[in-house]
Write a protein that binds this ligand. Structure first.
Ligand code: UT7
Length: 332
């Protein structure tokens, strides 16, 4: 066993300026603020309006924030993992472009695609590289321009998603801080419940696929909800049990922000009060790969060295899991 653990040593984020409120959505589709608020917890989300900017823009801004806050020379970064479900282009990795743009000239990079669990899986991946002892600075970015794949005539999806980016720096700890344990799962049973039908190798783009709106996200919300609510709670409870943690011992739950009701159910199973649950879904909606790091950005000043933190997510695929992390630094 290596005596190196993978600690998060800095966090950063970026959300675009434009605010798409529930009230604006009321003018676009047959919905209302009351329905959206009670069913999801969302009040508003951010949208990247500039049609010439893709997910890389959100990622670069988030990465620059973390580099600045941690006073890191980008040339010292060994690796950039780009967690996303909305790469700039199907071919030519977005992460490679982002790494070059931020000056990470000595890093190698790749995209990690696992729907809403991309960032969580990325945390696990980053940790393994750090624990190997070979890599000293791993930048994990989670960013999605969800507005590029959402049909704003479909009230079942357009009220949920938003755009944003977040990033964390992983570095070795010899004091035992950082990633302690993880449970990662996936199940292909979810393939039909949350998907984009066209644009891949199975159904390449055509006039028909565009006319049939098959390049947009389709979600069978009820089915996804059912799986999310039980699976996210299951892994969160299990990771606590096998590490001997009670609700008292856990300082924070950092949950994927898909639906407030899913988050509440997970917290309840973990025996955690609301004050220990990071929540910003009301401001940003579901930003897919960016939800976890954007939570860390919002709550960074409340985190203390040694805090026991459980990260949990559930997403399309299905993909899900939980990570147990001890926080490595005090607020500045
Ligand atoms: O991050 C990736 C993982 N994704 C998730 O975790 C999402 C999981 N699913 C959910 O969060 C919820 O299922 C939704 C928020 C998507 C939907 O909430 P729900 O409570 O499951 O609603 P529903 O789909 O069962 O729809 C209930 C009713 C339907 O009307 P009828 O058939 O009862 O007359 C819908 O047509 O609400 C209707 N409805 C709406 N009404 C107003 C659906 N969307 C809307 C809307 N405004 N935007």
């Amino acid at each position: 066993m290596s005596n190196i653990t993978a600690a998060i040593t800095a966090v950063g984020g970026y959300v675009p300026e434009y605010v798409l409120t529930n009230q604006i959505l009321e003018t676009m589709v047959d919905t209302n603020d009351e329905w959206i608020t009670t069913r999801t917890g969302i009040k508003e989300r951010r949208i990247l309006k500039d049609a010439n900017k893709g997910t890389s823009y959100l990622a670069i801004e988030a990465a620059k924030d973390v580099l600045k806050k941690s006073n890191t020379n980008p040339a010292d970064i060994d690796m950039v993992i780009m967690a996303t479900a909305t790469p700039d282009m199907p071919v030519a990795s977005t992460g490679v472009y982002v790494a070059t743009q931020i000056g990470a000239i000595n890093a190698f990079s790749f995209d990690l695609v696992a729907a809403c669990s991309s960032f969580l899986y990325g945390m696990s991946t980053a940790a393994r590289y750090i624990e190997s002892g070979k890599y000293k600075k791993v930048l994990l970015i989670g960013a999605d321009k969800m507005s590029s794949i959402i049909d704003y005539d479909d009230r079942t999806t357009c009220i949920i998603f938003g755009d944003g980016g977040g990033a964390v720096l992983f570095e070795p700890s010899t004091e035992g801080f950082g990633v302690q344990d993880e449970i990662l799962r996936s199940d292909g049973i979810g393939r039909q419940s949350l998907k984009i039908d066209a644009g891949g190798s199975l159904l390449p783009p055509s006039i028909e696929t565009v006319q049939n709106k098959q390049h947009y996200v389709f979600q069978d919300g009820k089915t996804v909800f059912k799986f999310a609510v039980s699976n996210m709670a299951d892994v969160s409870e299990k990771i606590m049990t096998r590490n001997g943690l009670t609700g008292e011992d856990v300082s924070w739950l950092v949950p994927h922000q898909a639906n407030r009701r899913i988050i509440d159910a997970t917290a309840k199973r973990m025996n955690l009060p609301d004050e220990k649950v990071m929540m910003n879904i009301h401001k940003y909606g579901n930003t897919t790969s960016a939800t976890l790091p954007l939570c860390l950005v919002d709550y960074e000043q409340q985190l203390k060295k040694g805090d026991n933190i459980v990260f949990a997510s559930f997403g399309g695929g299905f993909t899900w899991g939980a990570l147990y992390v001890t926080w490595a630094y005090d607020p500045s």
